[in-house]
Design a protein around this ligand. Structure first.
Ligand code: 691
Length: 443
């Protein structure tokens, strides 16, 4: 393309559009289906949200890690029928390798922990904010990508209370209260205990979890049908549904007995919640199982108490994930917090922060031969840490309007008469006060 065009006088739109554009020559300006651009205003909101994620990670003394968005497909092949593994954004690369755009972060975390092996001392407290992908038939018009904040703890058999604290701290930073949002907490060991009561074989456990996670999204009949199709007896199905509708720990204790691990774990967690001071944020709800196959213990998800939105975040314990990758197991727990539902919630609650631009100084030469001096003023102010916009070949009227639009604190006008006296004119936009100052004393 460029070689042919370069031979002619200049590269024209036609040369490029004919290769990249469609009939009328304009290239498709929208991003691929199900994906988003982040123009400045949207990017300011995203940066603000991610800064809250980072600050909470710092408060919790977690270390930041990162991974490629591209991963081996093998990391996500699981047989439990999860929606997330049935919508892999997968393909074969030019080297014939089966790869995916990752649908979640946890398997990458596990891979790095295994790779780091002996060279890292436990416990590990790692966080990352990363884009995740799914290839969903656009019939449902849902997004194919989102960003997730992940917080994970490796090497601590009981650390879920720390994760819940991180989630509560995040909500509090955003101005969300425990009357806006709750966190449903349960344990997969509840379901384990029920399956044992009906002597259902262990290999059905993850499948049953994935199915009952759809409680509330599918009708009870559909769930019962799916459970029966995995080979469960109808009284086992009934027993599962009955236990999963329990909403109090004391009721659970009555049904399962107090020597069941699930009950002991949960009672301990709820007493820790009192000590952390977030007890009014959490509630026991046996129907919480979460839809990922690898959870083995405590699971939780945050929800809006008005019940208008999907889960805001969710997570749990996954003590057996590393052995599914052929490595020694290490106790682990973590959560994922998406960038979509939380923004919907903030909009609902009128909690979106002011996202307008803000810069410190606009520097404007009042005529052409002062462009040099204006650049030196801008340079010295930037060295002092001021954000400076250097404006040129505009009319003064435009500059005043522009200063208002981008919320500049000051307007620095470089004019001939002042410059000859080693001065510049400063206009403080908030107070309208205007004064001259020695160039050398400007800061
Ligand atoms: C509300 C939303 O955007 N959800 C979403 C969007 N993209 C995803 C991509 C991968 C996995 C989960 C995803 C979830």
């Amino acid at each position: 393309l460029f070689s042919s065009a370069a031979s002619s006088s200049t590269l024209t739109h036609g040369d490029i559009a004919s290769t990249h554009g469609d009939a009328d020559g304009v290239v498709e300006v929208n991003p691929p289906r199900g994906t988003r651009d982040f123009p400045p205003e949207d990017m300011r909101l995203r940066t603000w949200l991610f800064d809250q994620f980072r600050e909470v990670s710092r408060l919790m003394a977690f270390e930041e890690v990162d991974f490629p968005v591209l991963e081996s497909e093998a990391l996500f092949i699981r047989k439990a029928g999860e929606e997330i593994t049935q919508q892999l954004y997968n393909f074969e690369d030019k080297g014939g390798r089966r790869v995916v755009l990752r649908p979640e972060i946890t398997p990458s975390l596990a891979r790095l922990v295994i790779k780091q092996g002996k060279s890292v001392s436990l416990p590990l407290k790692w966080f990352t904010i990363g884009q995740c992908w799914r290839y969903e038939r656009m019939t449902r018009g849902r997004r194919r990508e989102h960003y997730q904040w992940n917080m994970d703890i490796f090497g601590v058999p009981k650390a879920e209370a720390e994760l819940l604290h991180a989630i509560v701290l995040l909500f509090q930073r955003l101005g969300i209260t425990s009357s806006d949002v709750g966190i449903r907490v349960s344990s997969r060991k509840v379901l384990q205990a029920v399956l044992n009561m009906y002597s259902i074989p262990d290999h059905l456990f993850t499948q049953v979890c994935v199915i009952v996670d759809k409680l509330g999204k599918m009708t009870r009949e559909e769930i019962e049908k799916e459970l029966v199709s995995t080979g469960l007896s109808s009284e086992a199905v009934q027993g599962i549904i009955d236990v999963l509708s329990i909403k109090s720990l004391s009721k659970l204790e009555e049904v399962l007995g107090s020597d069941v691990e699930a009950v002991a774990d949960l009672k301990k967690l709820f007493s820790f919640a009192e000590q952390y001071g977030y007890a009014d944020w959490i509630c026991f709800d046996a129907s919480v199982v979460r839809g990922l196959a690898y959870y083995t213990g405590i699971v939780f998800e945050a929800f809006d108490r008005e019940g208008k939105l999907r889960a805001i975040c969710g997570g749990g314990r996954y003590d057996r994930l590393l052995s599914t990758f052929g490595s020694e197991d290490i106790p682990a727990c973590g959560f994922g917090f998406g960038d979509a539902v939380i923004v919907e919630l903030l909009k609902e609650k009128g909690l979106l922060p002011d996202m307008s631009r803000q810069i410190d100084d606009i520097v404007f030469p009042l005529d052409e031969e002062l462009e040099g001096p204006a650049s030196s003023i801008a340079s010295s102010l930037r060295k002092k840490g001021r954000s400076v916009e250097l404006v040129e070949d505009k009319r003064l009227k435009w500059v005043f309007k522009h200063a208002e639009r981008i919320n500049a604190s000051r307007l620095i006008l470089v004019g001939n008469s002042e410059w000859e006296r080693g001065m510049v004119r400063v206009k403080v936009l908030s107070t309208r006060e205007e004064f001259e100052v020695k160039t050398s004393e400007l800061e």
